[in-house]
Design a protein around this ligand. Structure first.
Ligand code: CA
Length: 384
C-alpha cells in the first residue's frame, strides 16, 4: 500500500521539476531578448506613427527633440509604439505640419505653435509673447496654471492634441547687417521674425518676413532680408548665421522663453491603449525639459566661439528701441484680443499667471542673480 502511493508522488515530483526547468529556460530566453533592445512579442502588433517636423532633418537642438522623443517612446514601450521622424519637406513642407497632423497625414508633428497664427491667432501664446514669460514661468503656467487645458481647448476643433515640446530659454534679439543706434534705425529693415513679434516689428517701422529655418541663411546672404531672429548662440551657429551678419543683438524681447510643441492627431491618440498614451505624454514631458537643459549647457560655449573665432559684434538693444517695441507689443496684444473670445480667455489666464510669478521672481530669481553678481567677479565680453 505504502509503495503504491509513493510511486505516483515520485512521478509528480519529477514532472514538477521538469516544468520548473522549462520555465527557468523560458525566463532566461526572455531576459536575453530584453537585453538585445526593444522587442515586440509575437502576440502583439507594433504601432507605427509618422512624426513630421518644421525643422531640417538632424538640426541640433530644435531638431534633436523629435528624435529624442521617438527614441524614448520606443524604449519605454519596448517597441510597441514606433515613431518615425521626417524632416521639413520629406512628407510635407514645414508650414503644413499642423494641417498634416489635423488631417491624419501624420500622427504627430513638432514645431512652433506661432507658425499657425494665420489659422489660429491665439496659437502665439504657446510659443512666445513679447515681454512675456520665461521658460520656467511658461512651464509653470502650462502644467500648474491652467495653460495646457486652454491650449487643448484651442486645438480641439482641429482634432489636434498639443504637448509642450521643448524650450530654448531666453533667445537672442537676432542678427543684423547694420548697427542699431536708435529706434529710427528699424525703418525699412526687413527681418525674419514670426508670431506676434512680427506684427510688433512691422508696427515699429520694419517689415516682417516669415521663413522656415532651412531658408534663413540664403535669404540673409542674398540680401532678401537685413536681419533675422532664429534662436540663440547654439542653434544660430549651427545655421552659420555669423557668416551672413555682423551684429548680434540681445536680449530676445520677443521670445523670452520660446516654447515648441508636439502635436498629436487626437483620433490616433484615442486609439492607443492607456499605457501607450501615458508613454507619449511622459516622453513629451521629458523631451520638453531636456531641450532647456541642452540649450542652457551649449549656448554659453557657442557664444564664446562666436565672439572669439568669428568676430561677432555683441550688442544690447538700445533702450529707446525696447520702448518702441514694447508700446507696439501692447497694441498688438489688444488687437489680438479684439473680437476673439478665445484670445481673451487665454490672455486673461496668461497675464494673471505672469503678474503672480513676477512678484515672486522679484525676490527669488532676480534677487538671487543680483546677490550673486555683487559677490562674484564682473562678467566681461571680449568684443565690448
Ligand atoms: Ca526665435
Amino acid at each position: 500500500m505504502k509503495e503504491r502511493t509513493l510511486l505516483p508522488v515520485a512521478v509528480v515530483s519529477l514532472l514538477l521539476l521538469w516544468v520548473g526547468t522549462l520555465a527557468l529556460w523560458a525566463t532566461e530566453a526572455q531576459m536575453t531578448d530584453d537585453d538585445a533592445g526593444p522587442r515586440v512579442s509575437g502576440s502583439e502588433t507594433s504601432i507605427e506613427w509618422k512624426l513630421v517636423t518644421t525643422w531640417p532633418k538632424g538640426l541640433p537642438g530644435l531638431g534633436s527633440a523629435p528624435e529624442n522623443f521617438a527614441r524614448r517612446v520606443g524604449e519605454m514601450s519596448n517597441g510597441r509604439l514606433t515613431v518615425r521622424v521626417y524632416g521639413a519637406g520629406e512628407v510635407v513642407p514645414p508650414f503644413e505640419v499642423f494641417d498634416a497632423v489635423s488631417q491624419g497625414v501624420a500622427e504627430m508633428g513638432h514645431g512652433a505653435s506661432y507658425y499657425w497664427k494665420g489659422k489660429i491667432p491665439s496659437s502665439v501664446f504657446y510659443t512666445a509673447v513679447p515681454f512675456g514669460m520665461t521658460a520656467q514661468e511658461m512651464n509653470g503656467w502650462l502644467h500648474y496654471g491652467g495653460g495646457l487645458e486652454l491650449w487643448r481647448e484651442l486645438y480641439a476643433p482641429f482634432g489636434v492634441r498639443p504637448f509642450a515640446g521643448g524650450s530654448t530659454g531666453v533667445q537672442m534679439a537676432g542678427w543684423f547687417n547694420r548697427e542699431l543706434k536708435s529706434a529710427s534705425d528699424l525703418d525699412g529693415l526687413k527681418m525674419r521674425i514670426p508670431g506676434l513679434a512680427g506684427e510688433v516689428f512691422a508696427a515699429s517701422g520694419g517689415t516682417a518676413v516669415r521663413l522656415a529655418g532651412g531658408e534663413i541663411y540664403t535669404s540673409m546672404q542674398t540680401g532678401v532680408i537685413d536681419a533675422v531672429e532664429w534662436v540663440g548662440p547654439y542653434n544660430d551657429r549651427t545655421l552659420g548665421l555669423m557668416e551672413v551678419a555682423e551684429y548680434y543683438y540681445y536680449p530676445g524681447w520677443h521670445e523670452p522663453g520660446a516654447m515648441l510643441e508636439f502635436t498629436v492627431n487626437q483620433a490616433a491618440f484615442d486609439r492607443l491603449p492607456a499605457d501607450l498614451q501615458a508613454i507619449v505624454e511622459g516622453a513629451a514631458r521629458a523631451t520638453n525639459q531636456d531641450m532647456l537643459d541642452e540649450f542652457t549647457a551649449r549656448n554659453n560655449e557657442s557664444l564664446t566661439t562666436l565672439l572669439e573665432e568669428h568676430s561677432t559684434k555683441l550688442r544690447p538693444l538700445p533702450d529707446d528701441v525696447m520702448d518702441v517695441l514694447h508700446s507696439n507689443a501692447v497694441i498688438a496684444l489688444e488687437e489680438l484680443k479684439k473680437d476673439d473670445p478665445m484670445a481673451q480667455k487665454i490672455s486673461a489666464s496668461y497675464e494673471a499667471f505672469l503678474d503672480g510669478v513676477r512678484t515672486y521672481h522679484e525676490i527669488s530669481e532676480r534677487a538671487y542673480l543680483n546677490a550673486r553678481d555683487r559677490v562674484l567677479p564682473p562678467i566681461t565680453f571680449t568684443d565690448q
